[in-house]
Design a protein around this ligand. Sequence first.
Ligand SMILES: [Zn+2]
Length: 271
Amino acid sequence: MSNNRENSEKDKEFSSKLDDINTKLDKNYLTIKKTRIVVFVVIGIVAAVAVFGLVDEQNPQRPDVYTDTGHFVVENLKGETITESASWNIYEGEFLHIHILESQYVTESRTNVIRNAIMSEDKFSKDSEKIYSGWFGALKDLSDNRTERHMPYNIHFDVVSKPVGNVIIELTNNRNPDGYSGFTKLIVDEKHNAILNAKITIFEIEKLSKAELETIAKHEVGHAFGLPHSKSKQDLMYRQVSTQYGFISECDKDAMTKLYNVKLSGEFDCH
Ligand SMILES: [Zn+2]
C-alpha cells in the first residue's frame, strides 16, 4: 500500500511536470506560429513595395492630368445634343478665328502656352513617326493633300475682349461640377454637317502647370476642329488627357483627313 501511495504520488508529480512541459511546448508553438505570421506579413509588405516600386520606376512619366468623358458636347441648332461630330466648311484662304476671351486669368505666359499649342510649327520624330507640337504645323502639312473640305490651317489667333470669333477659349478658376479640366461645345448645322462655332472652357486654371495647360488646350482645340475622341490611350484625343501624349500624331492627322473628307463617324482608332 505504502509503495502504491508512493507510486501514485510520483505519478502525480510526473503528470504535473508533463503538464508543465506541454504548456511550455504549447506556448512555444504559439510563439512560432505568431512569428511565422509576422514573417509572412513582412514578406508581403516588402514584396508589395518592391512590385509597386518597380512599376513606378518603369513608368516614370505617369499621366498626371486627366479630364474625363462627356466633356465634348455637340449641339444642333435646336440646342439638342447629337452624337455625330462635324467639320468646318470654309472656303480656301478663309481664316478660322481662334480667340481667347480676356480675363484676369489670361496672363501673357498662359496666352503663349495656348498660342504654342495652336500655332507651333515644330515637328519631331518619335519611334519613326512624325509628331507635331502645334495644330498649325500638322494641318499645314495636311493641306498639301486634297480633302473634300479645306483644312482649317489658316488660323488667326488673338486675345479679345468680347466673345467674337469661330472658336472662343475661356479660362476660369472655377471647378467643373463633374471635375473635367476642359470642356468643348460645338454648335453644328446638322443639315450641312458643318460646325458653326465652338466654345472651349478650361477649368481650375491656377492649378495647371504649363505642360498640363498646353496638353488640355491642344486636346480641346482638336475637338474645336471637329475631332471626336480617339480609342487609343496613347493619343492626344483619348478621353483622358495625359501630358505624356501631348502632341499631334499621325493618328490625329489621319483622323483630320477622314473628318475633312466627311468620312469620320464616332470615335477613331489609331492602330
Ligand atoms: Zn475630350
